[in-house]
Design a protein around this ligand. Structure first.
Ligand SMILES: Nc1ncnc2c1ncn2[C@@H]1O[C@H](COP(=O)(O)OP(=O)(O)OP(=O)(O)O)[C@@H](O)[C@H]1O
Ligand SMILES: [Mg+2]
Length: 327
């Protein structure tokens, strides 16, 4: 089964063969529910309801020439299974309706035609105190309730971590990575060179990369940024845990705070995150992951729709450097 937006009848037959649609239900139309790069994600409309169907392929959907771990949708499905017993996490995510490990397909509850939170990167946009608390509380619950003595082998997710490791900890500081940052912000290439030749920084980022790759005791979302948060009629919801793994909780928190900083959120908002999250085992590690996430988003390949001047970026890079090297 190859998910294809132009083939609603094929998908109807497939969903019925799996009992995920009733025998009399008809697929009216397939739609693209939102922006996504990695996978083929579709909204299925029938007379009575809508569903989200997501398939991962051995390549990145938007750039088929780039290989990617084929079973990442199944990792995502396993995440939803794992959190099933925990209402406080579960209720903030779509329900898993079905999973086909052979076809790398998952079927999810549709959370509605909600926008994600990347609007936060626009000037003057703020995360409300209620949303800030809900997101931090979600992370806190995820990390605490999934804590266990032994690492869950199902969640090693090594290939996805290797992919992310390359993008976060290696590519951004490569001197000759072939990516001309002046095409993003004129002058950024030169600014980035100062960091790319800094051996102390590179050593720190290398060590931090090893922490990221090591196994830990709790389930980590792995991609906890505004693109994974949906603003629905029932409040903020969290999607897309395909990069999940059993690792250190500081990673999710560091990434979240990095994005709040790049979205110019107030210090009050960041304080509120820490308050709602509760005890952090290693705050220094959170700072370091914040630093590395800022750096990779500003001088790495996975750019964001940020509205930052060159001076803003220069200042943020300095802050990131301090968090990494001097914290
Ligand atoms: N359960 C859902 N309910 C409503 N909309 C959804 C749901 N899942 C995904 N979407 C929409 O589809 C978009 C793409 O989904 P998702 O982020 O899971 O795909 P992806 O291919 O993994 O994306 P990325 O390349 O950003 O990792 C989301 O931004 C959102 O707009
Ligand atoms: Mg994704």
């Amino acid at each position: 089964m190859h998910l294809d937006i132009t083939q609603p009848h094929l998908l109807e037959d497939y969903l019925k063969s799996k009992n995920w649609l009733n025998p009399q239900e008809q697929v009216l139309i397939l739609e693209k529910p939102g922006e996504g790069n990695m996978n083929c994600t579709l909204r299925v409309r029938t007379h009575d309801r809508t569903l989200i169907v997501k398939q991962s392929r051995p390549y990145v959907e938007k750039y088929p020439q780039i290989a990617a771990p084929a079973n990442r949708a199944i990792m995502e499905g396993r995440f939803y299974e794992k959190i099933q017993p925990f209402a406080s996490i579960n209720e903030l995510m779509p329900q898993l309706i079905g999973m086909d490990t052979q076809m790398n397909i998952i079927v999810l509850e549709d959370l509605g035609t909600a926008a994600d939170y990347t609007f936060l990167y626009q000037p003057g946009q703020g995360l409300t105190p209620a949303d800030t608390e809900a997101l931090a509380h979600y992370l806190s619950m995820l990390h605490r309730l999934t804590w266990q003595e032994t690492i869950d082998g199902d969640f090693a997710n090594r290939e996805m971590r290797a992919l992310n490791h390359e993008h976060i900890f290696k590519f951004p500081l490569m001197e000759t990575n072939g990516f001309d940052l002046d095409t993003v912000s004129n002058g950024l290439q030169m600014i980035s060179m100062g960091y790319k030749v800094d051996t102390k920084l590179k050593q720190k980022v290398h060590e931090l990369g090893m922490v990221y790759l090591s196994d830990g005791r709790c389930l980590v979302h792995g991609d906890f940024y505004p693109g994974s948060w949906l603003k629905t009629a029932n409040g903020v919801k969290i999607i897309d845990p395909e990069f999940c793994f059993y690792g250190c909780p500081e990673f999710d928190l560091g990434v979240m705070i990095a994005h709040l900083m790049m979205a110019k959120q107030t210090e009050d908002t960041i304080r509120r995150v820490y308050q709602a999250y509760g005890e952090v085992k290693n705050p220094q590690l959170v700072d370091q992951f914040t630093g590395v996430e800022i750096m990779r988003r500003l001088i790495g390949l996975a750019q964001l729709p940020l509205s930052l001047s060159l001076l803003d970026k220069e200042e943020l890079l300095e802050t990131a450097y301090d968090l990494l090297v001097n914290s």
